[in-house]
Design a protein around this ligand. Structure first.
Ligand code: 5AD
Ligand code: SF4
Length: 468
């Protein structure tokens, strides 16, 4: 499918100039920005883009909103809980704004991509200067300019924008980073708001992706995670490059050590992708494969387009072809009409697969989605009870499964150092995404080291450094 160009490169260029002008005005003022980001990695990445633009406008990052000159809430609307938190946190800013009226407050992200919510927030909180949706990130310098001139901005364009290329990015972390390969989602799982707020699938040009990976490697990053709502449906606009091909192309970037990706939809995880995972050296042996439910009846109502049996078949194929692969998942409990029997099917699937991590959620009705209109919504108490039962089961499976790693040797990328209790423990992830803690100091951060697993601790593993 051809992408429809709606966001012109002109808009991006114009905003770059506006940012530079603001940067000149702000020069020497030591201004700061604070971003609070909710939700998924896609949102985190949007926050990194806002950070990049803010740096061009002369602001530096701060962790303390009390000293910030611009405060941004990058919202998520995937579940209600995150939404309520945002409203509460924005309300709490009124006092700060009364004391320092010059502070610019902006609210953006998926939640603001819902027109009625954005309008409601804009009216309810007159002290918020800027409200904008996910499709207008590249216009952020214009909104800041408006705010500096005393004008408020409210913009929620419900369009599938052209992919804005070339925005500055302030990446968090120093060794591992994300590169977006596609935006939007076409799957319309019946519980999910994402296709409504993030729009239709649009794949980035493979060369733009490779150039970005080369650029981050040149900055010192050695591990890259390719991001998309459903990476399996990545396809270049000329139809020549699908996701397995892209993985191979990206893995050829010199200096890159590890390549990860997420998220994969089980319905179209191809043999070609499994083959690419098995044979492309830099690709890590981990896959995040959200199952959502173990009941065929619920999977159908969710519009997931696979059955439990098909999912298990895919898991088997992955395990037989990709050495020591670990699988993580997302699960929703309490989807409308879910019976005890359906829930038991989920529990048994979790036991059967043996995930190395499961992100579990109570179903949260999202306005405008099909599931929110379904009869037989499940009472909150039942959802809570099922979530607890599922989490307890996952924890006990995890404890048992973790034992299989004892004695295993592998390479970790050291992410940090924990100095609690007088012990200095370095930690990092194996290729399979398992976290290993081992005696080590801060100077190891960013290095690839061989470790042997000696013990387990809750979700993680304990180990020691070994010679290669
Ligand atoms: N309620 C609960 N969980 C949801 N997710 C997406 N939409 C909802 C919802 N309405 C979960 C899914 C998805 C993850 C990112 O969030 O499990 O995989
Ligand atoms: Fe939502 Fe389903 Fe798309 Fe994932 S694949 S973003 S759950 S609609």
């Amino acid at each position: 499918m051809k992408n429809t160009p709606l966001v012109s490169q002109y808009e991006i260029e114009r905003n770059r100039e506006i940012a530079e002008n603001i940067g000149r005005l702000n020069n020497g003022k030591n201004l700061k920005y604070y971003i609070e980001s909710y939700g998924c990695q896609m949102n985190e990445h949007d926050a990194e883009k806002l950070g990049g633009m803010l740096i061009n406008m002369g602001y530096t990052a701060t962790e303390d909103k009390n000293e910030a000159d611009i405060i941004i809430f990058n919202t998520c609307c995937v579940r209600e809980h995150a939404e309520l938190r945002v409203f509460g946190n924005i309300g709490a800013l009124k006092k700060l704004k009364d004391e320092r009226p010059d502070v610019i407050i902006a609210v953006c992200g998926c939640m603001m991509q819902q027109k009625s919510v954005a309008e409601h927030l804009y009216k309810r909180y007159p002290f918020v200067n800027i409200v904008f949706g996910t499709h207008d990130i590249h216009n952020f310098p214009t909104f800041v300019e408006n705010a500096l001139c005393g004008d408020r901005t409210l913009i929620t364009r419900n369009i599938d924008g052209e992919i804005p290329e070339g925005l500055p990015i302030r990446r968090s972390g120093s060794f591992s980073t994300h590169v977006i390969i596609m935006y939007g989602c076409n799957n319309f799982c019946t519980y999910c708001i994402v296709p409504y707020v993030r729009g239709r699938e649009r794949s980035r040009d493979p060369q733009a992706i490779i150039d970005e990976v080369k650029a981050v490697v040149a900055q010192g990053y050695t591990e890259v995670t390719l991001l998309g709502q459903n990476v399996n449906s990545y396809r270049s606009s000329d139809g020549q490059v699908n996701f397995p091909k892209l993985l191979k192309m990206v893995s050829e970037v010199d200096g890159l050590k590890r390549l990860r990706f997420m998220t994969s939809h089980p319905k179209d995880l191809s043999d070609e992708l499994i083959e690419a995972m098995a044979t492309t050296n830099k690709v890590c042996h981990h896959i995040h494969l959200p199952v959502q439910s173990g009941s065929n009846r619920i999977l159908k109502l969710m519009n997931r387009v696979y059955t439990r049996e098909k999912y298990l078949e895919t898991v088997e194929k992955l395990r037989s072809k990709v050495k020591d692969i670990e699988i993580t998942t997302d699960i929703i409990v309490g989807f409308p009409t879910e019976t005890d029997e359906d829930f038991k099917d989920t529990l048994s699937l979790v036991e059967q697969v043996g995930y190395s991590a499961a992100y579990t959620f109570m179903y949260s009705p999202r306005k405008g989605t099909r599931a929110a209109e379904m009869d037989d919504q499940i009472p909150q108490e039942v959802k809570k009870q099922r979530l607890k039962e599922l989490n307890d089961l996952e924890a006990s499976i995890l404890q048992k499964n973790n034992l299989k790693f004892i004695g295993m040797k592998g390479e970790v990328l050291v992410e940090g150092c924990d100095k609690r209790e007088g012990n200095t423990m370095a930690f990092g992830k194996l290729s399979n995404f398992k976290m290993v803690y081992f005696p080590g100091s801060e100077d190891l951060i960013g290095k690839y080291l061989n470790v042997e697993v000696t013990d387990t601790h809750h979700n993680s593993l304990i180990g020691k450094m070994i010679e290669e």
